[in-house]
Design a protein around this ligand. Structure first.
Ligand code: HEM
Length: 246
């Protein structure tokens, strides 16, 4: 959809992973800054190439909008494209990896029928979604929350994972139940900055889990649960690797 050449994808994976691990509020890691810089340089070159040879993809369409004049300038274009490449990559990979891990470690859920996969995707997003916090927000008015005064103008960092386990919203929130009827959750954030790629991520999760479970019905972990390592940053979480046998 975006128009990223196939051969560039392994490098993009390296950048996305490094950035996702290293990003955090107030964190300034020189190695991450270097990856960000290289990523932005890559995007600039990609844009330069597509200006000369546009094709039927989203990046070429954004370039056309920028070239039209006053809706998007070059900095915004590069930043938007870098965000689109990054935001859609690490998060969805993490949903597929952690979702597979959760399904493999809750085998009673796996036995349920594959038509439940769309509802399983929602539950996996709620239960342990890849994004643990949304982008920061600013309080527009003084607000008291659970005895804590949040003053107008304060920065607030909503913890999505906590909201998604709110016992006032969900029965037995710490239980994974792929048949749960979820009215809404916050795994994709909320409001005007809610995830632009949510419908795509849902489809990707649906296709990935359905294919995996259909093709490899006997799939199981090949190591103990204790040997699975999580990497957690303030705003994201995922698995270092997921060894399986089938
Ligand atoms: C399971 C996969 C994904 C998760 C859990 C996820 C989660 C999020 C979250 C929590 C936000 C911040 C929302 C907020 O601050 O309220 C966000 C923003 C965003 N996401 Fe995703 N995302 C996923 C996949 C994708 C994909 C596939 C794309 C695009 C190809 C994408 C593009 C974006 C963009 C462009 C934004 C910024 C929106 C804005 O600031 O207006 N995401 N995502």
């Amino acid at each position: 959809m975006l128009g990223i050449p196939q051969e560039d994808r392994p490098q993009i994976h390296v950048w996305s992973e490094a950035i996702a691990k290293g990003l955090g509020f107030g964190k300034q890691d020189p190695a991450v800054a270097q990856h960000l810089q290289s990523f932005a340089e890559y995007t600039s070159q990609l844009v330069a190439n597509k200006r000369v040879e546009p094709s039927d993809d989203l990046i070429s369409q954004l370039i056309a909008i920028e070239e039209e004049g006053n809706r998007l300038n070059e900095d915004e274009l590069i930043s938007m494209i870098t965000l689109l490449i990054f935001a859609g990559h690490e998060t969805t990979s993490n949903l597929i990896a952690t979702g597979s891990y959760l399904l493999l470690t809750h085998p009673e859920q796996l036995k349920k029928n594959l038509n439940l996969v769309p509802s399983a995707v929602e539950e996996l997003l709620r239960y342990n979604g890849p994004a643990t916090s949304s982008g920061p927000r600013y309080a527009t008015q003084d607000t008291e929350l659970d005895g804590q005064l949040i003053q107008k103008g304060d920065v607030v960092i909503p913890l999505l994972k906590s909201a998604n386990r709110d016992e006032q919203q969900f029965t037995d929130p710490k239980e994974l139940d792929i048949e749960r009827k979820i009215k809404r959750h916050l795994a994709f954030g909320h409001g005007i900055h809610m995830c632009l790629g949510a419908p795509l991520a849902r489809v990707e999760g649906d296709v990935a889990f359905t294919t995996l479970l259909r093709q490899l019905p006997d799939i199981q972990l090949s190591v103990s649960q204790e040997e699975i390592h999580w990497h957690s940053a303030l705003s994201s979480q995922g698995l270092a690797s997921l060894p399986v046998k089938f």
